[in-house]
Write a protein that binds this ligand. Structure first.
Ligand SMILES: [Zn+2]
Length: 285
């Protein structure tokens, strides 16, 4: 595997060459008041619910309550910062990250309880009653992860009066599905490089969800450039075009990871490539 630093060094000349580009993108602005208010709810109500979990049924109920609150919160956010705008979507994605971490508290609390494993028959029955899950891939965006958690929660709700499965087994399987989805997300955001990669994917998911304010049209990506601002701030700019009125808009995302690497690498002579500690396995003689 190529070391991260080498890969970024290789990227730097391209970024610098584009520095003279005149385009000025619009950086999405988050609704910080909404996030601050919701942070208080997560740190008090949601973590209280997570700490009180003493069995699988409690845990599944805590996940259901979390998703219920999220639906209400996003409805509220949509009024002030519509979820079809870059500002609204940026806020939603940060909010969903918060909710996924709150769900993880429920999952971690349930793990300490040493719950019995559901049987294979129960797992098959539960899966057969659940809506087919979408492919999440290696870089899930928060709403995709929470969509997967919601599929489990919904199946659990539908199976509440089903004599073919106990409420405990159904709740355990809800937890198992939530844990798989949440772990996948957390692994994709485990460090700065992972978050950098996840964000590149997320930007495309923002473009998919954007709608033209004039005609509700979807957008297509017409161009994408990297840009250097103020000597050391790297950004990715997406040039979009409405599919109905063809109006062009730009979206700019600062890339903090590359900016920081540039700062760290400044004292070094970039012409000297770091020596590999040992030859790449199977490639060098
Ligand atoms: Zn339009």
């Amino acid at each position: 595997m190529v070391p991260h630093s080498r890969r970024i060094f290789a990227l730097l000349p391209t970024l610098v060459a584009l520095a003279a580009s005149p385009a000025l993108g619009a950086v999405p602005q988050v609704d910080q008041a909404f996030l601050d208010e919701e942070r208080i709810w997560v740190d008090t109500v949601a973590s209280g619910q997570a700490a009180a979990v003493s069995n699988a049924v409690d845990a599944a109920e805590a996940l259901r309550a979390l998703l219920g609150h999220r639906a209400e919160a996003l409805t509220r956010l949509n009024l002030t910062s519509p979820l079809t705008t870059a500002d609204g979507l940026e806020t939603q994605d940060l909010y969903d990250d918060m909710i996924i971490r709150a769900a993880n508290r429920v999952i971690q609390q349930a793990k300490t309880l040493d719950l019995p494993e559901p049987t294979g028959d129960d797992a098959i029955y539960f899966a057969s009653m659940m809506e087919a899950p979408p492919e999440l891939g290696g870089n899930p965006v928060g709403f995709m992860t929470l969509g997967m958690v919601a599929l489990g929660v919904r199946a659990n709700h539908d199976l509440a009066d089903d004599p073919a499965i106990t409420v405990e087994a159904s709740a355990q399987l809800t937890l198992r599905i939530a844990a798989a989805a949440v772990n996948n997300y957390l692994e994709a955001h485990v460090d700065e490089l992972a978050r950098y990669n996840a964000n590149q994917f997320r930007h495309n998911a923002v473009i998919m969800r954007l709608r033209c304010p004039k005609d509700d049209g979807t957008y297509r990506l017409s161009n994408q450039k990297n840009k250097l601002r103020n000597g050391n701030q790297f950004s990715t700019i997406y040039f979009l075009k409405c599919n109905i009125c063809y109006e062009e808009v730009e979206l700019e995302y600062p890339v903090a990871y590359v900016t920081r690497l540039q700062e760290v690498s400044e004292p070094q002579d970039l012409k000297k490539e770091p020596e590999a500690a040992r030859p790449a396995g199977g490639v060098d003689p």
